[in-house]
Design a protein around this ligand. Structure first.
Ligand SMILES: [Zn+2]
Length: 217
């Protein structure tokens, strides 16, 4: 049984379904769907409803098997187009990455600060200023307090972190807007996350300001 507690909102899921998300965020939502049966079922409903609406627009009568088709779609696994595994970097050995990320173009990691490495992910047609990356943070660390110039979405792939909004573990997704200010703490084990940022973060502390040019976030 899935232990995912923090899910994708219906609005975000709808935008994912209709192809309206920027590519890095699309990858992040797709990865959550691979880890989360609950949201996968919701996405299946959108697929089914969207298909039915399309049928109506085209004047095609719904068949008796529409419900069966909807249920079959609900059981559908992640996007098959992204389910192609390929060799990973040595630094990713030991991580059980979802298929979406095994198929992604992950660049070499760099150390953003002591105990923190980051690995950019190349996505086609990414809007200028947005970033998609893996971030690995050693247990027991607290990230410098920061806000955002735009939304930031973080998906936990391994380990746990907490902030003022709650605890997040594997599969959980945290959505921050430019209104939120937080300082995530990595709990008792190393934490690997997939992060999408629409724009650079805004550090709130001198340490954060000092580290930002090195972290390239
Ligand atoms: Zn979910």
């Amino acid at each position: 049984m899935s232990s995912v507690r923090h899910h994708v909102s219906e609005d975000l899921l709808w935008d994912y379904h209709r192809g309206a998300l920027p590519p890095g965020l699309r990858l992040t939502v797709a990865t959550h769907l691979e880890l989360c049966p609950h949201c996968r079922a919701e996405a299946g409903v959108f697929d089914a409803v969207g298909g039915a609406l399309l049928d109506e627009i085209e004047g095609v009568e719904l068949s008796d098997s529409a419900l069966d088709l909807a249920l079959a779609r609900i059981e559908r696994p992640g996007d098959p187009a992204t389910s192609v595994a390929k060799p990973q970097h040595a630094f990713l050995a030991g991580f059980d990455l979802p298929d979406t990320l095994n198929a992604a173009r992950i660049a070499n990691r760099y150390w953003a600060a002591p105990g923190v490495w980051m690995a950019p992910i190349h996505v086609d047609d990414a809007p200028r200023g947005s970033k998609t990356f893996l971030m690995h943070v050693r247990a027991g660390m607290t990230m410098p307090e920061h806000t955002h110039r735009g939304p930031e979405v973080t998906l936990v792939l391994k380990g746990r972190f907490s902030d003022v909004y709650g605890d997040y573990s594997k599969g959980d997704i945290a959505v921050c807007s430019d209104e939120h200010c937080h300082s995530p703490a990595i709990l008792d084990e190393d934490c690997l996350c997939l992060v999408w940022q629409q724009a650079a973060i805004v550090p709130k502390t001198w340490l954060g300001k000092l580290l930002q040019p090195f972290a390239r976030i």
